[in-house]
Design a protein around this ligand. Sequence first.
Ligand SMILES: *[C@@H]1O[C@H](CO)[C@@H](O)[C@H](O)[C@H]1NC(C)=O
Ligand SMILES: *[C@@H]1O[C@H](CO)[C@@H](O)[C@H](O)[C@H]1NC(C)=O
Ligand SMILES: *[C@@H]1O[C@H](CO)[C@@H](O)[C@H](O)[C@H]1NC(C)=O
Length: 182
Amino acid sequence: MASALVTVLVLAIFCHNVAEGYFPPAARLGNGAQAAPLLPAAAREFLEAHNQARAAVGVGPLKWSEQLANATSLLARFQRNNMNCQFANLTNHKYGANQLWSTGGAVTPRMAVDTWVREKNFYNYAANSCAPNHRCGVYTQVVWKNSSELGCAQATCKGPNLNTLTICFYNPPGNYVGERPY
Ligand SMILES: *[C@@H]1O[C@H](CO)[C@@H](O)[C@H](O)[C@H]1NC(C)=O
Ligand SMILES: *[C@@H]1O[C@H](CO)[C@@H](O)[C@H](O)[C@H]1NC(C)=O
Ligand SMILES: *[C@@H]1O[C@H](CO)[C@@H](O)[C@H](O)[C@H]1NC(C)=O
């Protein structure tokens, strides 16, 4: 299968401030009264893949945020136009974020999220630790209970290979150091 040839790299943001009693930026997106819009197919796929992984550990679903989706779209476009689809620098970013860089073939939203969720195999909940050389943070952000909103986008750069950058934002952000996802 073609997907076996796809190379992927994953990256998650960690919030380091919790030991100082830092409180995540207030999530006042004014989303409360929105009528549920008919989501584009890609949005539904991102959402469904996240919510299946969350349900598997008893965590409630995320809902799609147009504001987060717009923010990821802008960033993905910037990375495509200026950075050859490399990872965005999201140090000190206000949202939680997962990124996936892939090369060698098309990557669907489902494939991207499933790549993050596979890090579950290396996450030790009891010890809240990750096996060496793994990046469990992408998984723990997917299932972070306090995160309630999701927005994602993808950008593709054509070079000798097909490079795809997938970015998801989460609000409120997860991955507070020393805390468990759920
Ligand atoms: C998101 O972007 C669309 C298209 O540019 C725009 O119509 C919409 O108002 C934006 N939504 C938010 C919440 O920013
Ligand atoms: C990312 O941005 C931060 C500040 O926003 C900066 O300190 C850091 O050097 C940047 N990292 C890279 C790899 O450009
Ligand atoms: C979730 O949020 C509550 C309050 O908003 C906070 O006290 C708690 O530490 C958070 N837990 C995690 C795992 O982020």
